[in-house]
Design a protein around this ligand. Sequence first.
Ligand code: GLA
Length: 726
Amino acid sequence: MPISFDSERKIFKLDTATSSYIIEIYEQNYLIHLYYGAKIPDTNLKNHKFLMNWFGSVSPQNINIEDRRFSPDVCTFEYPCEGTGDFRSSAFSIRNADGNNATDLRYVSHKIYPGKPRIDGLPSLHVNTDSDADTLEILTEDAVTGIRAILYYTVFNNYGAMTRFVKVINASDRPADIERVFSSCVDFNTNEFDMITLYGDWLKERTFERAPLGRKKQGVSSKRGSSSHAQNPFGAIVGRNTTEENGDAYGFNLVYSGNFEFSAEVDAHGASRVLMGINPDAFGWHLEPGEEFSSPETVMVYSSDGLGGMSRIFHRLYTNHLIRGKWAHIKRPLLINNWEATGMDFTGDKLVTFAERAKEIGIDMLVMDDGWFGKRDDDTSSLGDWQVNEEKLGGPLKDFIARINALGIKFGIWYEPEMVSHDSNLYREHPDWCIHVPGREKSIARQQYVLDWSRKEVRDYIYEMMKKVIGENKIDYVKWDYNRCITEAGSPALPPERQKEVFHRFILGTYEIMDRLTVDFPDLLLENCSSGGGRFDPGTLYFSPQIWCSDNTDPIDRIDIQFGTSLCYPASVMGAHVSASTRAGFETKGNVALWGTFGYELDPNTFTPDDIELIKEQVSEYHKYYDLIRSGDLYRLISPWENDRRVAWMFVSEDKEEALLTSVVMRKPHDNAFFLRLRGLDPEKYYVDDTSGEVYSGALLMNAGISLTNYSNNDGDSFKIYFHTL
Ligand code: GLA
């Protein structure tokens, strides 16, 4: 039983494939967290909730509990609240109608059932059949205010993963205001941990950082309105000695594209509280009597096989239970995008020449990026005016697409639906349709504002325009872009007590439109983008099975970005293209882009006959390794955070019959006698190196390794070896 309840001891036990998670209903119905870690068979953990034997006068106690070791301030709680004896950061804080935040949620009842519920209006992981997962719902209540919270836990039986979210219900007869509602809280009774997060910037997304937990609060967050380039809604808590292949690794990832916080607070007693959820700094939610609010979902993964083990669980889980729709499991088109080649300076005729060349080298789809609508020739105008610029395309869109399709090439198009340019008809007609605070200057970024998608009429207006263009034309793919942050987060359509809801309502609006788009056009392939990878998160992935990783297409810079991204996101979702960047040749550019969706982002008219031969070869490799890369297991053999000169990674098929090793020299190393030990192979099997024809045992490859002496070691060089069993 993945989820069990011991009614005598009053203990819940949630077992994933790799972990156990244990909760106790203690005296006075306190919900105490007892354990999260490697799988254990029993639950005799009654002393694990106490972190000290004697508290003196500093820690408050409950008058009805005799055991003086119990104090809310030092107990490991399941869902800690504000103002009733626990001085650490709370997971939940709600201002009641009397104006105070004192809250104490205690256990009322629970349910255990097969399957997994959906979360209204929010993306979440899905089950394919009810036997994929089991769910525990724990109903809690504050006896004084009548505020209720249901804690949801879903255990994915075949993975080392569980998900959590919280539904708050105002079951009282007076209004209340949620100020903090974290999706998950895990209290560990130790602080022997490091925290790993993914920081970044435009052109530098998801860079790995590891730091020990100190006796303080530390973490990352966003209040830009999106998950952002600056920090990703992913964090790992790992043992001090955890490596790529060994040791405890707990991964937390929020299925949400808006403001988030991931934090860990180590208290005076050396316990660590790990929170993941909506960033309370830029959030509030007003609940009238009877109203409910659901938090987004946290995905929690545990592996004792280090960071690599954790990543591989995330990859399989997301491939099978996050990415949906037609494109989840079928082969996606190989595309060429015109952005880096032309910017907005293109014509229909020019793009037709792209399609002609693309056809010659085996590309399936042409994507027309920004600049096809309104009078947009640079980034100062026209967002919101989604009418085709027929002059630029040389006629109606339909005719232009017909020219592309006649070459046997599919067609994709760019949109930035949530935005309006200052210089646009839409803004001139509806200046109040963007997010703003009346009377306050609106900050501008890239000459544009963010539309107020908390308002239905605004969402409908944009969606109807999109639907018309997509419905009336043969469009196979949409690149959905999002190129600025939210400032002055207000909406004149909401009353004062709901102004703090704007950020979350905006994201709900985005999700509603992405949902309508994918339901109305089930064959459409949606790729998200946000000035590169500024909204690269599981919330976005739920709607679009691939996301553009970064506007930085330099293959050497991409190493950091793709290694960081791979901590929790699979190769199939990483938008990666070969571009005209010059720090490495076509071969290395192709080898790096193969670890992703693969495609081209340059002018194919510039290809020399030699380039064409190489690119044809790349295209055939893309097909050859497509399944191995998308359904195989990733092993990061040498990561850029361990070695800034040479990196290596490999994909191994689930049956261990084949593997693809890739290594890139970022900067000439001085270690020519380097032996690279492979991982993930079957030690008993024999593998053929497809290039040399040499045969090696898996044991040899993983222990003696392969010598790199024969491979060129200059800046930007790379090689790959395909191994398959005899
Ligand atoms: C963003 C994207 C680019 C491109 C431009 C178009 O920067 O990341 O790929 O689509 O917008 O304006």
